[in-house]
Design a protein around this ligand. Structure first.
Ligand code: AGP
Length: 372
């Protein structure tokens, strides 16, 4: 009913709008007044966490994209190797696991069969499993050693939005907590990032306030067949997520690429007026990546692409090459996906509407996939 949708036409729009609160709720009670993390609900002792020698993340779909981003954070802040694998592929290749592996299973519903089978396999090998989940008491957390709930509230639309942002927050919390417990050289950075995270909900809110041009742009692309997405570093999984949203909702051919791979093949796809969305890393910090992606934008535009550039406020280097420029607030590099994904959600939702598709219940899809 309209009331359930809180005045929005679709659950998806409501859930996109709920993201600032969802993100704040994921953080609630997990940062103590001294600025350290207290993840009491993670019932794997600090001693056990210090003995872990590798992290393995398993998930499907959007949750898998959260896992890909988590890898950058976990490896950076803990200096421990982290693998990310599609849950449906995991157990069939006989993965190397033992009592010192920490397996993280990410799932909104907590009922995804592929993810459940992956975590059962991990526990059989003696690994500890931590679930990151949005649904209280669902099967995946019940079968895990520990759970960090995302507290996004119920997500009804088939296309995941607020669950994704909160999965990211939960992953950052786990990465920072592992760093804190294990004591890495990033102590000061970890404190600073915890402070940045506690302000991030306002940044997500700011992005939402500036989405009208993104909707207008989406409407002009309704008759297109293909949209490509490019990103680098944590922007690469964001590109994959942008493409997945577009497939699910707009039924368009959409693909995400690592921008550095462009010259190894995908650049052959560029043709006159092909829309290409580019997620640009911050010019601060890892500026080498920024400069490389700016030259990628230049290259594809020279070959006729219509460039839709998502870049940090104040990044002037992209301006000459952007046919459409979508601004996002400056954040630390690793946190950028929390603000960069939002325009892509809005973009896909508006394109679906413009193409006359059912937004909340896309064809052929179910909210949770309980078969392998
Ligand atoms: C997201 O938009 C999708 N509908 C889908 O990829 C989903 O993320 C995937 O099926 C995993 O679901 P889960 O998080 O409930 O395990």
């Amino acid at each position: 009913s309209a009331a359930e949708k809180g005045g929005y036409d679709y659950f998806m729009l409501k859930e996109i709008a709920e993201q600032p609160k969802a993100v704040a709720d994921t953080l609630l009670g997990r940062i103590d007044p001294s600025g350290s993390l207290t993840l009491d609900e993670v019932r794997i002792s600090p001693q056990e966490l210090r003995e872990v020698d590798k992290v393995v993340i398993v998930a499907c779909g959007t949750a898998f994209h959260a896992g890909l981003i988590a890898k950058y954070a976990i490896e950076h802040w803990t200096r421990m190797p982290c693998e990310v694998e599609l849950a449906s592929e995991f157990r069939y290749r006989d993965p190397i696991l033992d009592g010192r592996s920490l397996v993280i299973a990410i799932s909104q519903s907590g009922e995804t069969m592929d993810t459940l089978m992956a975590l059962r396999h991990a526990r059989e090998q003696g690994s500890k499993v931590l679930a990151i989940c949005n649904t209280n008491g669902s099967t995946i957390p019940r079968e895990s050693d520990a759970v960090l709930y995302t507290h996004a509230g119920p997500e009804v639309a088939v296309a995941s939005t607020k669950a994704f942002l909160t999965q990211l927050v939960a992953c950052y919390l786990v990465a920072l907590y592992l760093g804190q417990v294990r004591g890495t050289k990033w102590g000061d950075e970890i404190q600073a990032v915890i402070r940045d995270l506690s302000r991030i909900s306002e940044e997500v809110d700011r992005v939402l306030e500036t989405m009208e041009p993104v909707r207008a742009l989406a409407r002009t692309l309704a008759a297109k067949d293909t949209v490509l997405f490019l990103g680098r570093h944590v922007g690469y999984p964001v590109a994959l997520e942008g493409a997945l949203k577009l497939k699910e909702l707009a039924y368009m051919h959409a693909e995400g690429f690592a921008a550095g791979e462009l010259k190894h093949g995908p650049i052959a796809l560029i043709e006159e007026d092909l829309p290409v969305v580019v997620v640009v890393p911050s010019p601060r910090g890892r500026s080498v990546l920024h400069d490389k992606i700016v030259s990628n934008i230049q290259e594809i535009r020279a070959r006729g692409a219509r460039t839709i550039v998502i870049a940090e406020e104040g990044d002037e280097a992209v301006v000459p090459y952007a046919d459409h420029l979508i601004r996002i607030p400056a954040t630390p590099t690793l946190l950028q996906p929390l603000v960069a994904t939002v325009p892509l959600q809005v973009f896909a939702c508006e394109l679906a509407t413009a193409r006359g598709n059912e937004v909340d219940q896309p064809r052929n899809l179910a909210k949770s996939v309980t078969v392998e």
